[in-house]
Design a protein around this ligand. Sequence first.
Ligand SMILES: [Zn+2]
Length: 120
Amino acid sequence: MEFAFLKLKTKLIVVLGHTECGAVAAAVERPLNPPGHIITLINEIKTAVAKSSYLMGDPVNNAVRQNVIEQVNTLRGLEPVLSRNYEEGKLIIIGAVYDIHTGKIEFLPETLLNLPQIRK
Ligand SMILES: [Zn+2]
């Protein structure tokens, strides 16, 4: 993504999760001994699972949504390229979830609030 910003002049990064994600489902189910490198994925997602565990509704889709928010925040804070350019309004980083049944994409309001003033 740093390459995309610096070399390809990308101005917008959209973290796009999707409903019924198998990786997120694995993190929600927390298998005792997941095969291969699946544990790496689970570890990346477990914060989102914990933060969304109190919510009503589908636990996987709730975690998908929270994971998008977590990843947006991680990218916004990633030193030095993404964080600096995000804070200076030269790069927009937002999040959305793709619904695999309806084909619709919901942009997450939590990632649209308090965006830095956009500059060219
Ligand atoms: Zn997935």
